[in-house]
Design a protein around this ligand. Structure first.
Ligand SMILES: [Zn+2]
Length: 135
């Protein structure tokens, strides 16, 4: 299951990060950026996260997924930025055009395929105080 392994690698990365830089409170939300070229079910990803975080310090946290557009870099003219989009007949989505909008040259994708954690929402808990409930 694609989403499951994505959630797994997100979690591994985050746990390692928290080991190096612990936070002083409970993580409530994990803000994730999803490139638009990465096809996944957000629902499945959230469910996988829920299952995988059980019995970890991140239990009870939720994923907040933000989709970001493709950004490219042109090998010929150096253009960097977004690309135009096309909507085909009968499509239910717009697809990015993966060539340079300035010169038509070949582009490298700089953003758009990644799944990355960009921020955490942490609930500050004063030392010694116990969280009375989970809701
Ligand atoms: Zn170009």
């Amino acid at each position: 299951m694609h989403e499951y392994s994505l959630a797994h690698s997100l979690l591994q990365g985050l746990l390692e990060h928290l080991e190096r830089e612990p936070v002083s409170g409970r993580v409530r939300k994990v803000h994730v950026r999803q490139g638009e070229l990465l096809i996944l079910s957000q629902q499945a990803l959230k469910e996988a996260w829920h299952i995988l975080t059980e019995r970890t310090p991140l239990a009870g946290s939720e994923l907040e997924i933000e989709r970001v557009e493709v950004r490219v870099r042109c090998r010929s003219c150096g253009y960097r930025g977004p690309v135009p989009r096309v909507e085909g007949e009968g499509w239910h989505f717009q697809a990015p055009v993966l060539s340079c909008p300035r010169c038509g040259g070949r582009v490298e994708i700089e953003e758009g395929r990644e799944l990355a954690i960009i921020a955490l929402t942490v609930e500050e808990a004063p030392a010694g105080e116990v969280d009375p409930c989970d809701s």
